[in-house]
Design a protein around this ligand. Structure first.
Ligand code: ZN
Length: 491
């Protein structure tokens, strides 16, 4: 490919590739920082303009779809039981940094597109845009290995459909709205009333059938013995029965559209109030299995606090004891992976998780020797973006922080955070050189983390322009940050 004469453009060297006689590359305009897809050869199906012997195409949805059709490695695929990590990217600019981090860890399968319905609502992006942004980032960095796309926290069939249309491969069903948290403390009488009111048709079951399968029986799971007396069984069924039925409903909805092998499923109840007990986890897994659901990962609500953007808060020994039980159940039933939501920055638990989720003898394939775990991250990449802004545009960062502090009390409502506004140093009291250090401060991290929707509304354009201008700064921060996240999960 002779591209010497492409004036005003710089080609990303790792993007250049030739496939079936046509050459493709990604370039950036030296003047505007806009990116363009270049094609030399067959450009049928792409929209662009001929210049200096190549077709230059804007990064439109049409061109992203056409490129995925030509270069198969740009299409997400199911990843199975391999240790995996989700790289949520709220801004759509982080994928090249994620790729650079993922390159250091061949045993970890990446999910480069991952966005929840809620995050899309706050950032004003669609599932298609999220997938397209990941596509361009992968292409820019020349990533060729399998990767996944996570439709995160789906609650309704309508939620599912837009992600199916966009080509996602990993579907996280969140039946949390159907978990009955009151069951945790209800009396036996109240529990049995709840049990009788369960959707038995949908569960293809009856109260008698439930009793026959579980009541006063003991189940041996590795070293663990799990038993259900009348109260424990009623509690598990009352709390999670409707969630099981809802999961089955959404699973069938997916199978109808994508076929059994066209996608992989995660079941997540991480956003419920009360930790999932091992018995409850056992009940959910056993019922989903009975009802024919296949899934690759499950996110219980673990003990302790998984707050946004900061390390695990809680008793590490208690976490370890409970995780060991969850991991044993996951090996016994699937095996499937345990999923860690709000998984970023939980540095103190990573070694514990990696150790306790080892597949052992249940996973025979050598390729799956790693821990049976999926770690989801999202907001931490946004925080690295703000760290980049603090480094290269301190005045902008100061404005964003000041605004975030104003918004915090309102915006924190839907999140689990405990930061106190008063603990964040006043932005004007800090020198420029001290600003990036705020990204190491507990309260500042959470304030910045949960206000992203408001900050993007107000400063979105400026934030994106700054990151585009200084993209190498951002990529390097991400590469370093995620190496810390991923290294505990490889030997
Ligand atoms: Zn979650």
């Amino acid at each position: 490919m002779d591209l010497e004469q492409l004036t005003g453009l710089t080609i990303y060297p790792r993007s250049a590739v030739e496939e079936n006689g046509t050459a493709y590359f990604l370039a950036r305009s030296d003047e505007s920082n806009d990116k363009l897809l270049g094609i030399q050869g067959d450009a049928v199906g792409f929209e662009g303009e001929r210049q200096d012997g190549v077709i230059l195409c804007p990064l439109t949805p049409v061109n992203a779809a056409a490129l995925r059709a030509r270069l198969p490695w740009l299409r997400p695929v199911p990843l199975g039981l391999q240790t995996s990590a989700g790289f949520g990217d709220r801004l759509g600019l982080a994928t090249p940094g994620h790729v650079r981090a993922a390159r250091h860890f061949s045993g970890i399968a990446p999910i480069f597109a991952q966005q929840s319905v809620r995050e899309n609502a706050r950032t004003g992006r669609t599932p298609q845009q999220v997938l397209d942004d990941a596509t361009w980032g992968l292409f820019q960095e020349g990533w060729r290995d399998p990767w996944g796309a996570d439709a995160d926290h789906l609650k309704t069939p309508d939620d599912v459909d837009t992600f199916v249309a966009a080509g996602y491969t990993f579907y996280t069903i969140d039946p949390g709205d159907h978990v009955d948290n009151d069951a945790h403390t209800a009396s036996l009488e109240a529990l049995e009333e709840k049990v009788h009111a369960l959707p038995w048709d949908e569960l293809e079951d009856s109260p008698e059938g439930l009793h026959e399968r579980y009541l006063d029986r003991h189940f041996k799971v590795e070293d663990l013995s799990l038993g259900f007396d009348r109260t424990a069984l009623a509690r598990a069924a009352a709390k999670y029965g409707r969630a099981v039925a809802h999961t089955v409903r959404l699973y069938h909805h997916l199978v109808n559209q994508m076929g059994e092998d066209g996608f992989e499923l995660e079941v997540s109840v991480d956003e419920t109030e009360i930790p999932t007990s091992p018995e409850e986890h056992f009940y959910v897994a056993s019922e989903l299995e009975r009802l024919g659901v296949r899934w690759v990962s499950l996110a219980p609500r673990y003990v302790g606090r998984f707050e946004k953007g900061v390390d695990y808060i809680g008793d590490l020994d208690a976490f370890k004891r409970e995780l060991a039980k969850h991991a044993a159940i996951a090996r016994a039933f699937g095996p499937y992976k345990l999923s860690i939501h709000s998984g970023s920055d939980k540095f103190s638990i990573y070694p514990i998780v990696a150790e306790l989720t080892k597949g052992g003898s249940v996973v025979s394939e050598a390729a799956l020797a790693g821990p049976l775990v999926h770690v989801k991250t999202a907001g931490t990449s946004y925080l690295e973006a703000l760290r980049a802004v603090a480094q290269v545009a301190p005045a902008s960062f100061r404005e964003m922080l000041t605004f975030a502090l104003e918004r915090y009390e309102t915006d924190r409502a839907t999140y689990h955070v405990s930061a106190q506004q008063a603990n964040v140093p006043a932005p004007d009291a800090l020198s420029d050189a001290d600003l990036p250090g705020l990204l190491e401060q507990f309260d500042a991290r959470q304030v910045l983390h949960v206000t992203f929707g408001s900050v993007l509304d107000r400063f979105g354009e400026r934030l994106l322009a700054t990151l585009q201008e200084h993209e190498e700064v951002y990529y390097t921060l991400l590469e370093v940050h995620f190496q810390r996240h991923l290294s505990p999960f490889t030997e």
